[in-house]
Unconditional design. Structure first.
Length: 193
């Protein structure tokens, strides 16, 4: 874990300040994985570690490889690299224009196995939405994984195993309960919209 955190710091991908997360919560820290993953060798290495943790879920009893699926935008590089390491295909769900996700470009075969790959999970909303889409199309989700799990152990039960490279319990705050040091500091929303 310390090596991954060191890479986040080295690449400037662990930001400090006042941030509004996709969940609506406020935080002093923000993991901007795009800054980490822009370096292809680092992306390959970090996502290779995640693929290794997901490897035992990647092949079903018939020897078929699970497809990797990721939520856009942040998870696309993670999913592509994990799939490359596992030697399988990668698809993604994308934003529908109203804040939700939708499957547009790809076909899911009934009974096809999937692994969800994401960059950062705080409450698990995008992972859950991706799982729901795959299951609604007849797919079977066998595992999910993320580079960073910043849920503090409060991730919902996804109905499948979940793994991550970094587990943290960062402080998060509702907008109406900010600590004194964040009050009056302009908040930024650096994640994908």
């Amino acid at each position: 874990m310390s090596d991954i955190l060191a890479l986040f710091k080295q690449t400037g991908a662990l930001l400090q300040g006042h941030f509004i997360l996709r969940s609506g919560l406020h935080s002093r820290e923000f993991f901007q994985c795009a800054l980490l993953l822009q370096d292809a060798p680092i992306a390959a290495s970090v996502c290779g570690e995640l693929a290794e943790k997901l490897k035992s879920f990647a092949t079903d009893t018939d020897g078929k490889k699970a497809t990797v699926v990721s939520p856009a935008v942040g998870g696309i590089i993670v999913g592509q690299e994990v799939a490359r390491h596992l030697g399988t295909r990668h698809i993604f769900v994308e934003k529908d224009g109203t804040g939700g996700l939708v499957l547009r470009r790809f076909t899911i075969n009934p009974g096809e196995h999937f692994i969800v790959a994401e960059d950062v999970v705080t409450r698990g909303g995008r992972v859950q939405e991706t799982l729901d889409i795959i299951r609604a199309h007849g797919g079977i989700v066998v595992a999910a994984g993320a580079i960073v799990d910043r849920s503090g152990g409060k991730i919902p039960d996804f109905g499948c195993p979940f793994v991550s490279l970094v587990q943290m319990t960062p402080e998060t705050f509702p907008a109406d309960a900010l600590p004194a040091d964040l009050i009056g500091v302009d908040a930024v929303k650096p994640g994908s919209k």
